[in-house]
Design a protein around this ligand. Structure first.
Ligand code: HEC
Ligand code: HEC
Length: 380
């Protein structure tokens, strides 16, 4: 086994993967460092407030683990930078510093990712994730992928897929001891045992690093949110869009291409594999939208107000937007509501521009009100 591992190490060194070339560090990993240096003194290690500085200053730093759960990325970014605090739903004491000039935009996002991790992970970070990062790239990335999503060079070759370490739905089910024992003793046919190669501190570091690979998809597991997507590609939109719009039966023309179908299947699989519950699925009557939804989620209800607004008279377009807002704001349900529509329709209710492969997550707040939780990315 040691030989195999040595071979893997050599291979992984040959194959690009060292920490220096990992283009983007996992956001929560980066955010943790900033949290430790800039926030922890007031908000405490676990984010629950009453850190030593807060005590010394006799201020009450909020329990971030509860606030963060209900705040959208934008709200949190505004609060942390101080830039749009006045727009926040409540007044925030000036003893919470404004970090606008301290952090780059990238760093603020990393901090938010770490706050999301703090507020949702059930497991403590027992080891040093810096050690974990180094070892993960050296020993694990070749199979688990540099980003931890299970798409490593070796596993692609073997055509096996280890668990996706970026998926909190999967990793949260395993406690720290379970992760550690998989690393020490191996698992199944292809996960090697690292006992004798890595010491306990190193394994703990790896376990902590795996926790920080966390990505925010996890939030969707609880349901009750609205997922807004646009049609598969802008190019297809142009090719087929308008003519099919006038053909609600979708029978007379070629509809979704093979490539489009495969994409749709993969969308559905990604939601499923991450344990994201889907309630109802509504789509524009446009064939591409309808078929994408049906192929991805196995169900679809076409509704007029999701039709492309491109060619509509203004009044009609406004009415569709109003209906869309009401549908989102008043949604409540166990699963998430999926809406498949067009770029213009999404622009009309949000400043966000959704590129292909991204989707917008909204939190309904009653009537026609909702807030943006964030833009998530589907795997390529
Ligand atoms: C000097 C102490 C101090 C430091 C350092 C500090 N905070 Fe705060 N923070 C506070 C206090 C006090 C509040 C409570 C403000 C209120 O409730 O009006 C707060 C509130 C917050 C809130 C919630 C605001 C709300 O009520 O919705 C967030 C989010 C937050 N801090 C994030 C951070 C982050 C991220 C950092 C590090 C980059 C940080 N804080 C550093 C003192 C601090
Ligand atoms: C030779 C390929 C390979 C290497 C190298 C490798 N793994 Fe794995 N790993 C796998 C496979 C395949 C599985 C799935 C095993 C199964 O469940 O049958 C797995 C499973 C795991 C699991 C268990 C998850 C679960 O389902 O319980 C953990 C944790 C893990 N690996 C961590 C690591 C760490 C940390 C490293 C680096 C020190 C590493 N692996 C190196 C292939 C590899």
């Amino acid at each position: 086994m040691k030989n195999l591992i040595q071979m893997l190490v050599v291979l992984s060194l040959l194959l690009i993967i060292t920490p220096e070339v990992l283009a983007d560090l996992p956001p929560a990993f980066e955010g943790r460092k900033l949290y430790v240096s800039h926030c922890q003194l007031c908000h405490a290690v676990d984010g629950k407030g009453d850190g030593p500085l807060a005590k010394a200053m006799q201020i009450e730093a909020d329990d971030l683990t509860t606030i963060v759960r209900s705040g959208s990325d934008n709200t949190l970014i505004n609060i942390i930078t101080g830039k749009g605090r006045h727009a926040s739903t409540h007044r925030i004491s000036p003893s919470m510093p404004k970090w606008e000039d301290v952090f780059s935009e990238h760093q603020i996002k990393a901090v938010v990712a770490y706050l999301r991790f703090l507020s949702s992970s059930k497991h403590d970070l027992i080891g040093d994730p810096e050690i974990g990062l180094r070892l993960y790239q050296k020993y694990c990335a070749i199979c688990h992928g540099a980003e931890g999503d299970g798409k490593g060079v070796m596993t692609e070759l073997l055509r096996i897929k280890p668990i996706d370490h970026t998926n909190p739905y999967k990793t949260d089910k395993l406690d720290n001891n379970e992760l550690a024992s998989s690393i020490l003793d191996g698992r199944g046919k292809f996960m090697p045992a690292f006992r004798g190669i890595l010491n306990q501190g190193e394994v703990d570091g790896l376990v902590s690093y795996i926790r920080l690979l966390y990505q925010i998809w996890g939030q969707l597991e609880d349901g009750g949110l609205v997922i807004l997507m646009r049609q598969p590609t802008a190019k297809m939109d142009e090719e087929y869009g308008n003519s099919l719009l006038r053909d609600p039966s979708c029978k007379s023309k070629e509809n979704l291409s093979e490539k489009g179908k495969m994409k749709a299947v993969s969308i559905g699989e990604q939601f499923k594999s991450r344990g994201v519950p889907i309630g109802s699925v509504l789509a524009s009557p446009d064939c591409l939208a309808k078929e994408t939804a049906k192929t991805a989620f196995g169900q679809v209800e076409p509704v007029d107000f999701l039709s492309s607004m491109k060619t509509l008279p203004e009044q009609q377009a406004d009415s569709y937007t109003t209906q869309l807002e009401r549908r989102i704001g008043s949604y409540s349900g166990k699963g998430n509501l999926v809406l498949v529509t067009h770029e213009l329709n999404i622009n009309a209710i949000s400043f966000q521009t959704l590129e292909e492969g991204y989707f917008l997550v909204l939190n309904p707040m009653g009537k026609n009100e909702f807030e943006e939780i964030g833009i998530y990315r589907l795997d390529k």
